[in-house]
Ligand binder design. Structure first.
Ligand code: SF4
Length: 331
């Protein structure tokens, strides 16, 4: 049986697949486990402080509960808590492999990080490129799914989120993922489009821990037609000559200014009416809200999530009022 390697965010999955490993995104297991709250409680019982982001606690316990022996720790460009999390895992006997998106966003720096990552898994560039090419048709299909969301209006915001966010590990099995995606696309293409007068939203920031954020928007006459970070995970924004250029074009680990440039482009292209900026309680990325609100020229609602599950009454009310206001503006 192939060794399962835990990942905590998007990493060069082509390297793991070339090495014959099965990537497992711990975030996806955690939120779809059906016992996310128990998983968090377990982390707190093991000593995690209350004021640490629920994703971190979820990642920690998921690895322990699901018996993951080795994890890729993204030490640069993802989360400021990762280094400490890796130390806790190591103390529990879980081995970790470091990977970092370089501080300097240059081809040279990305190449150096990727080459060293390949060395750690004893694979060479040709093997990795061959996997990259085999995954390119899946990435193109994800781009088509995204187009069906914003251009043909046949895919819901949640479906768009789920498929794109799952491209971090292709659910551990790219072949099955590809087949299921084919079936989904086939079915989605035959749907009636969503109504033309709906409010078109962009969702930016880390993926939500709240289950019903997309359905709440839809039940109030809106739909998310752009999921920023999830789309970045697909690496499907363009066709790339090699793996270095592909990961160089990945905006999430780098500066906010470049991210906002891409967001502005998508606001224009997808004709967005408003933005939901999702922040996670106790996450350093919440500070970015200040710059986001001062730069974007359309209404932005900041929603903060804490624990997994349904949105609380206050969040529901704020979202409903925001969408009411948007509807008035649109009319
Ligand atoms: S939400 Fe923020 S603090 Fe939590 S894991 Fe993600 S980056 Fe880290």
């Amino acid at each position: 049986m192939k060794e399962k390697i835990g990942i905590t965010t998007t990493v060069p999955v082509e390297v793991l697949l070339a090495a014959g490993k099965t990537p497992v995104d711990l975030n996806n297991i955690f939120v779809t486990s059906g016992k996310a709250k128990e998983i968090i409680e377990r982390a707190e019982l093991d000593g995690f402080p209350r004021n640490i982001c629920a994703w971190i606690k979820g990642l920690y316990s998921t690895a322990v509960v699901y018996g993951i022996d080795r994890i890729i720790g993204v030490t640069e460009g993802d989360c400021s808590n990762t280094k400490s999390l890796l130390e806790v895992w190591q103390s529990k006997g879980i081995s970790t492999v470091d990977f970092g998106f370089p501080g300097k966003r240059t081809r040279e720096a990305v190449k150096s990080e990727l080459d060293s990552f390949m060395e750690k898994f004893s694979v060479i560039l040709e093997e990795v490129e061959s996997v990259r090419k085999s995954l390119s048709s899946i990435r193109s299909k994800l781009s088509e799914l995204d187009r069906l969301t914003w251009e043909e209006n046949k895919v819901s915001g949640f479906e768009n989120h789920l498929w794109q966010v799952s491209s971090s590990d292709f659910n551990g099995d790219p072949e099955s993922f590809s087949k299921e995606l084919d079936e989904f696309l086939e079915e989605a293409k035959c749907r009636e489009p969503y109504p033309k007068n709906e409010i078109r939203l962009g969702y930016i920031g880390v993926p939500p821990i709240i289950d019903d954020i997309y359905s709440l928007a839809e039940s109030n006459g809106a739909r998310v037609v752009y999921n920023e970070v999830q789309r970045e995970f697909t690496m499907a924004k363009s066709e790339y000559p090699d793996i270095y250029e592909m990961y160089l074009d990945f905006n999430y680990p780098y500066d906010l200014d470049t991210r906002l440039g891409e967001i502005e482009k998508q606001i224009e292209e997808r004709k967005l009416d408003g933005i939901i900026h999702y922040t996670q309680s106790f996450c350093h990325r919440g500070i970015e809200d200040i710059v986001i609100k001062s730069r974007l020229k359309l209404p932005v609602l900041t929603i903060e999530g804490d624990l997994p599950g349904m949105a609380d009454a206050r969040t529901k009310l704020r979202l409903e009022s925001f969408l009411d206001m948007m509807m008035d503006l649109k009319e």
